[in-house]
Design a protein around this ligand. Structure first.
Ligand code: ADP
Ligand code: NI
Length: 222
């Protein structure tokens, strides 16, 4: 095994163990998809592949959402692991920065940090929120929060109010308008943009048919 493959394999085992029992939207399979997509995008770019792969594998190692909003935990766990494996200091810093800056919201803004490796991993992570997988993850998350699929009284193309979110009345369909349909314009790389366009169209088709079926119409009928 090459040194590259060896550290990647060790990281895979570490992450898989660490994420045992994680909820379906952020489980090992999410990481595996982001990892694969990141490698696919990286094949069209000039980047440090070790940083890309480690960044993809470790990007959700301790999501702040599930750790009382603590955004320092993920980078810290990643650093400890990579130091133990004697990974080069510059690589560790780059991976740490990917974890810090990848989030859609997050208190770190991307203005002060921009590298091709972050661009790639961020695109791969965003792509996993789009398309068929993105739809599945959104409804899985909505179910986890006990949200409605859709509510005709709440205009889907409008933002749900904070109160509706608090009382769990913001239907999952709203999430498409608030986040998912906005992602295609936030992509960084040419490959990422192209893949996002594709997945975006699929989601548009999905919501159109969803409304038709809601109204008792056969989805494919005019
Ligand atoms: P990330 O993978 O960048 O951490 P999030 O944690 O924001 O992204 O979301 C994880 C998954 O859960 C995504 O697929 C996202 O669309 C979905 N999700 C997040 N918030 C909501 C919501 N309010 N309603 C439905 N799905 C959501
Ligand atoms: Ni992620």
């Amino acid at each position: 095994m090459t040194p590259h493959n060896e550290i990647i394999e060790k990281t895979r085992v570490f992450v898989q163990r660490q994420l045992q029992g994680a909820e379906a939207g952020h489980d090992w399979f999410h990481i595996e998809r982001v990892w694969k997509t990141a490698k696919h995008i990286a094949a069209q770019e000039t980047s440090n592949l070790l940083v890309v792969e480690l960044g993809a594998l470790l990007h959700d190692i301790a999501d702040a959402k599930f750790h009382n909003g603590d955004e320092t935990l993920g980078p810290r766990i990643a650093r400890e692991f990579l130091e133990k494996e004697q990974v080069a200091a510059a690589v560790i810093t780059a991976v740490e920065n990917i974890i810090r800056h990848i989030s859609f919201k997050g208190s770190y803004t991307s203005e002060n940090y921009k590298t091709i490796e972050l661009d790639i991993v961020q695109d791969a992570d965003r792509l996993d929120a789009l398309g068929a997988i993105g739809i599945a993850r959104a409804f899985n998350y909505g179910g986890f929060k006990n949200r409605k699929l859709y509510d005709p009284a709440i205009k889907p193309a409008q933002y749900a109010t904070k109160e509706q979110y608090k009382s769990n009345e913001a239907p999952t369909i709203n999430h498409f308008y608030e986040k998912l349909f906005l992602l295609k314009d936030k992509m960084n790389t040419a490959t990422g943009k192209q893949m996002a366009e594709d997945r975006h169209r699929f989601m548009e088709t999905f919501v159109e048919q969803f409304y038709q079926e809601w109204n008792g119409v056969n989805g494919s009928a005019p």
